[in-house]
Structures are given as C-alpha cells and as structure tokens.
Design a protein around this ligand. Structure first.
Ligand SMILES: [Zn+2]
Ligand SMILES: [Zn+2]
Length: 246
C-alpha cells in the first residue's frame, strides 16, 4: 500500500505509470545485480534473454557490463542449441525427379519462425512487471473502496494513461457490481476530462500555426502533443518536452 500511496501523492501525470517505472527500475537493477550469478536466475535468463525494450534499458544502464556480457553469452548459446538443429532440419530438400515433393516443409519453416518469435519476446522483467502491476491494481481498487483519503487522491489525479485505464478496468471487472460502480464512475470522469482538455489543447496548438494567431499566448497548449503521447501510452519517458526540442 505504501508505494501505491506514494504514487498517488504526486499530483502530476499517471500514478500507475509511476508505479510501473519504479518497479521496472527495481527489476532492471535486480537483473544487473548479484542475481546474475545465481544459477536459478541464470537458468531463466538463459532461456528467456530479455525482450527488445528491456535489452535497450539494460544497455543504457551501464552499471554491470561484465554481468550483461555473461548473461548474453549463455543466452546466445542456449538459443543457438535449441534453434539451429531445428533450423537445419527445416531446410527444404530440393524436389528432383527422383525425390518426391514434401509439402511438410512449409509447416517446418513456420514452426522455426514461431520458435524465434516466441523466444525473442520472452522476458523475465516483463513477466515480473506484469505480476507486480496486477498486484498494484488490486491494491488500488481495494484502497479506493476502503480508504476515503485515497479515494480523494484517486479522483483528483491528473489522469490515468489509457493503457493503465484498461488495466484498472480489467481489475474493476473482478469487483462486485456495487464496488465497481463507484470506481469506474471515477475512472470514467477522469478519462473523459483528460480527453476533452487534450483535444482542446491540441486543437489550439494547431491553430497557433495560423498567422492570425501568432500573437495569441500558447496557454496550456505548448506541450499538449507530449502530454497526449503520455496519455496514449504508458511509456512516458520518451515523450518529454526536452526530447522534442532536439
Ligand atoms: Zn499510466
Ligand atoms: Zn521485457
């Protein structure tokens, strides 16, 4: 409950994004820390490696280059050992006059492609994060109906980004109808207010490009594109106003 309260104590942005970011940083640190040398963890990372997003984040966190190298080495070996025998046996034989055609080859090629796709996507950080976020939204729903102060903070939060609105709706679907009613009402009004204010701010932003409006003040519209991107996505960090100026 403490991390949930902390996330809702800050008034700007999506509180669930803050929970996600903190949990993600913890897992990134964990997988770059001493856990790397634990056989149980390595058994997992040898199989899974990391998804493209988390490889990028591990690469940026330059704290443990050697550890990352060791994990990559044993992951590559594991991937190679599983993939390449299947890959080799999937190479279709040339159909000649003597050898018959074998339509099986299509299935085999698709099976190898499926294996690659599945392994490329698999990631223990994503799995851990999904579990943690599932637990957090459970706590959020519980606190909403049991803690008046928290309910107020929830109602007043600047917005809940759309991916996290979806997560909260799925959790609300597990509540009793009465509990869900108040919670979803609050979530709905938060959502529709955000849509309305972003739509009007972005429209104003575009109207500012009309020469007749150049002297008008930007008001709250100046960073409305970045704010919209943060609302539409749970990955807020790449949409900061500084990046857009580069
Ligand atoms: Zn969010
Ligand atoms: Zn991942």
């Amino acid at each position: 409950m403490i991390p949930v309260n902390d996330a809702y104590n800050e008034s700007c942005g999506c509180p669930v994004c803050r929970l996600h970011e903190k949990a993600e940083n913890n897992y990134l640190e964990y997988y770059l820390g001493p856990s790397l040398m634990e056989p149980d963890t390595r058994k997992i990372t040898n199989k899974t490696g990391f998804c493209p997003v988390h490889m990028g984040k591990l690469n940026k966190a330059v704290t443990n280059r050697l550890g990352l190298g060791l994990v990559m080495h044993t992951h590559l070996k594991d991937f190679n050992e599983e993939l390449n025998p299947k890959f080799k046996s999937a190479v279709p034989a040339k159909a000649g006059l003597l050898k018959g055609r074998n339509p099986d080859y299509k299935q085999k090629l698709n099976a190898v492609a499926d294996l690659i796709d599945k392994r490329v996507k698999s990631c223990p950080i994503c799995d851990n994060l999904d579990d943690a976020m599932g637990h957090y939204v459970e706590v959020i729903c519980w606190m909403f109906s049991h803690d008046k102060e928290f309910k107020e903070k929830f109602v007043k939060s600047e917005y809940h980004c759309l991916p996290h609105t979806s997560l909260l709706l799925r959790q609300a679907a597990k509540l009793s109808q009465n509990e869900a009613s108040e919670f979803v009402e609050a979530l709905y009004s938060n959502n529709t207010q955000t849509f309305d204010s972003l739509i009007s701010d972005v429209e104003y932003f575009t109207l500012k490009f009309d020469y007749r409006n150049t002297d008008k003040p930007w008001g709250t519209s100046k960073n409305s594109i970045q704010r919209s991107m943060r609302f539409l996505s749970s990955e807020g960090r790449d949409f900061d106003e500084q990046q857009s100026k580069k």
